[in-house]
Design a protein around this ligand. Structure first.
Ligand code: IPM
Ligand code: MG
Length: 367
């Protein structure tokens, strides 16, 4: 198969972790007889430095013409980076929002599961019998507060700002459907998260969930208020299979879900439209504080590449090969610094510290 992949290495640790994911993809291509063509494109801070804007229309075009986009991370330290002196519409994050909207990537899939090798890193691990959860958050990605009308102005001498939360039924229906389709291939359970005791958009959201569920009689569906969902995620994450929610709630809950796995450096994500096209990126940010040190954890990006093979290219066996290699790498004791046990009583027996590029090599060796 010919794979045409646009690559946004991005800012901070982005280039280091993307290099590892490419190495792993190349290994898969070699083993299974595929040909990959990469096209490097700029977005975020690195695009600002070259073009003065975080994403050009030409870049969007190149992305659109590819089969999928592999992305590292974008953005810098808001306290020190000159990018954050620019107007908000010209900062690195604006590029990310623009590409999501321009390519219609309305469904953001963020799996969160506990690797048994890292179970001790789970902040909830103390519970008897340990924890064992495996959930996926399906976050609406091109609507709601992120894309509603917004302004800041002075009204009668009072500084005032407004953001707008708006959804129409079609925007809700398509992402809810995605969630049901995913649940049908997993444990058959959808939890829709809203704030229907307060918000009109949430009450419409609930109605649409009810309507869509009529087409999926085998899926167990329930709704939960977002405040309760935030609590349930730390109390009993095992209860969740597929969680579907609007953009802002999904942003917040997915960071929470990532953290309870022990390290946000392990979690992948996919942003999809109604075709097989997708943008694949780790769930974590650009970590400017450790950029250039070759110590970042590349696993989230490597697993994002696996999601790409599965969702965009339908290469399930190849995706399994990457995921199994990651698992094996961990069970063989290889650890980047973020997933090394810490503290004076930490047991390091059988563990070996790996640099970012070494971790990429360890995964490649196991494919
Ligand atoms: C994410 C990030 C982005 C978002 C930021 C960088 C704009 O937090 O992908 O979750 O809020 O969507
Ligand atoms: Mg976020």
């Amino acid at each position: 198969m010919n794979l045409n992949i646009a690559v946004i290495a991005g800012d901070g640790i982005g280039p280091e972790i993307v290099a590892q994911a490419r190495k792993v993809l190349d290994r898969v291509a070699e083993k299974y007889g595929h040909t990959i063509r990469y096209t490097d494109i700029l977005m975020g801070g690195s695009s600002i430095d070259v073009y003065g804007v975080p994403l050009t229309d030409e870049t969007i075009d190149i992305a659109r013409k590819s089969d999928a986009v592999l992305m590292g991370s974008i953005g810098g330290d808001p306290k020190t980076s000159p990018w954050y002196k620019l107007d908000p519409t010209l900062r690195p994050e604006a590029g990310l929002l623009k590409i999501r909207k321009a390519l219609g990537l309305y469904a953001n899939l963020r799996p969160a599961y506990l690797f048994k090798e890292l179970a001790d890193s789970c902040p909830l691990a103390a519970r008897e019998g340990g924890r064992k959860f495996d959930l996926i958050i399906v976050r609406e990605l091109t609507g709601g507060l992120y894309f509603g009308e917004r302004w800041t102005k002075e009204i009668d001498g009072v500084r005032t700002a407004q953001d707008t939360l708006k959804y129409d039924e079609n925007e809700i229906r398509r992402v809810v459907k995605t969630a049901f389709e995913i649940a049908a291939k997993r444990r058959g359970k959808v939890t829709s998260v809203d704030k229907a005791n307060v918000l009109d958009t949430s009450r419409l959201w609930r109605k649409i969930v009810e309507e869509v569920s009529a087409d999926y009689p085998d899926i167990e569906v329930s709704s939960m208020y977002v405040d309760n969902a935030a609590m349930q995620l730390v109390l009993n994450p095992e209860q969740f299979d597929v969680v579907v929610t609007e953009n802002m709630f999904g942003d917040i809950l997915s960071d929470e879900a990532a953290e309870i796995t022990g390290s946000i450096g392990m979690l992948s994500s996919a942003s999809l439209n109604e075709t097989s096209f997708g943008l694949y990126e780790p769930a974590h940010g650009s970590a400017p504080d450790i950029a250039g040190q070759n110590i970042a954890n590349p696993i989230a990006t490597i697993l994002s590449a696996a999601m790409m093979l599965r969702y965009t290219f339908g290469l399930g066996e190849e995706a399994d090969a990457i995921e199994n290699a990651v698992r094996k790498t961990l069970s063989d004791g290889c650890r980047t610094i973020d997933i090394m046990p810490r503290g004076k009583d930490a047991d390091l027996t059988g563990l070996s510290l790996q640099k970012c590029d070494e971790m990429g090599d360890r995964v490649c060796e196991r494919i």
